[in-house]
Write a protein that binds this ligand. Structure first.
Ligand code: PMP
Length: 441
């Protein structure tokens, strides 16, 4: 049973507390009273240090599209490790991954790599500023774009601070007012309101950063008309339109932009394209990407980094993406549809107030039946959060791992039987919650 104060996980957490603030080095995996420590993963299964086995429906928050320790990825990593893990020189492996990605997505004339999604967004914003000579960026309320100061603004705003038009609210205490002033906050999916706000910044805006299906906005999809309106505004005023596809790139062979049919100037990538190794990337239109070009002296936006395009990441990323064929993605989308249908049926059968949103292999459970459009309509109140926390525990104790806010990322290592097993466990968990059976004995 989790949590268990006599478990090896609890003992390890005790050790961690001696050397890390709160025993934690990644907020997202903090879980009171103690974290669950993992010993190994294979395919869609994870084992914890106490020997419990789980089906993994998080896949390192949307990263491992083929599950854990995919044999081909393990092989190329082993071969590369034996040849050396990083050099102060480029390797052929970075060209191969760049060719693969640019070959798949129409808007990718060229690409540059970095080490995380946060860095990708940071470099995309720098590129937009260097290209336009303007300081400001627009982003949507509630959308997460990584740990870069400016894009953290208003991603986690409490209703007390919402305001009529989305207010600028710092995420981290001490964020400089100057940084905040450079950010324009838009109401996701609300076209006219967003255009009215943007109209005040036609001369000063460098970029609009938008995730076409933001995890923190509950995997609600940006309406095509909304993205088209932003595209038209960006064209009219020389603003760089950036799609943050760090999470949702896995939703189509040509990314989410291929599914919605709107073409950004720049795209930020991460997660799946590293095959389980740390990665980020900025890709896009040649004229904008040219700000990184060092061949004519110091670039307008210099970009470097000790581990950028290291061959371990490049070979793992190439192998994982090579395995992600159109057929593999189609099969995964089929599992996604099955997941949506089975989970919806479980909510209905249990009589619980709940629903599932998402697309492709990314899904989110919600403990309400509201109609979603934006961050505010998705925002879970205290009661919904408590019920989700309770459901999370019940699922862990049935051997299923999902994000503690109900986030689900499927993998190609799964089969229909795994989806059905999840839905069965969900139904039993929801019934027990309804009947007042304790979540953890
Ligand atoms: N953008 C989006 C849409 C994300 O989901 C994330 C991470 N969840 C990031 C950026 C940041 O990526 P990383 O954690 O690799 O820095």
């Amino acid at each position: 049973m989790f949590p268990d104060s006599n478990s090896r996980s609890a003992a390890l957490f005790g050790r961690a507390q001696q050397v890390m603030p709160g025993g934690n080095t990644r907020l997202q995996v903090h879980f009171p009273p103690h974290a669950l420590y993992v010993s190994r993963g294979s395919g869609c299964r994870i084992e914890d240090v106490d020997g419990n086995s789980y089906l993994d429906f998080i896949n390192n928050y949307m990263t491992l599209i083929h599950g854990h320790a995919q044999p081909d990825v393990v092989r190329v990593l082993g071969e590369q490790a034996a040849r050396g893990t990083c050099f102060a020189f480029p390797t052929e492996s970075e060209i191969a991954l760049a060719e693969l990605l640019c070959g798949r997505v129409e808007s990718f004339d060229s690409i540059r790599f970095c080490n995380s999604g946060s860095e990708a967004v940071m470099f995309a914003v720098k590129a937009a500023r260097a290209h336009t000579g303007r300081p400001m960026i627009a982003k949507c309320e509630g959308a997460y774009h990584g740990a870069y100061d400016a894009v953290e603004v208003s991603f986690d705003t409490h209703p007390d601070r919402w305001g009529n038009r989305p207010a600028r609210v710092a995420y981290s205490r001490g964020t400089p007012e100057k940084t905040m002033q450079d950010v324009v906050v838009l109401p996701f999916n609300r076209t006219q309101e967003s255009l009215d706000i943007l109209a005040g910044y036609t001369e000063t805006l460098a970029a609009i950063v938008i995730d076409p299906m933001p995890p923190r906005v509950g995997f609600v999809q940006a309406h095509r008309a909304y993205l088209e309106a932003l595209r038209a505004f960006a064209d009219r005023h020389g603003v760089v339109l950036i799609f943050d596809e760090v999470a949702c790139f896995r939703c189509g062979y040509g990314g989410m932009q291929g599914e919605v049919g709107v073409r950004p100037d720049l795209t930020t990538l991460g997660k799946i394209i590293g095959g389980g190794m740390p990665i980020g990337a900025v890709a896009g239109r040649r004229e904008v990407m040219a700000v990184f070009d060092p061949s004519h002296g110091k670039p307008a936006a210099p970009h470097s980094g000790t581990f950028v395009a290291n061959p371990m990441t490049m070979v793992a990323g190439w192998q994982a993406m090579e395995l992600l064929t159109r057929e593999a993605l189609e099969r995964l989308a089929g599992l996604g549809t099955r997941f949506r249908d089975r989970v919806t049926a479980a909510f209905e059968e249990s009589g619980s107030s709940g629903q599932v949103t998402g697309y492709g292999s990314l899904w989110k459970l919600h403990m309400n039946r509201r109609r979603f459009i934006d961050f505010r309509s998705v925002y879970a109140d205290e009661d919904e959060r408590a019920r989700m926390g309770d459901l999370y525990l019940r699922m862990v104790n049935r051997g299923f791992l999902m994000g503690s806010t109900g986030l689900i990322a499927l993998s190609t290592a799964m089969g229909e039987e795994d989806i059905d097993a999840f839905a069965e466990a969900l139904l039993s968990a929801l019934r027990d919650a309804r009947d007042g059976v304790p979540a953890a004995a």
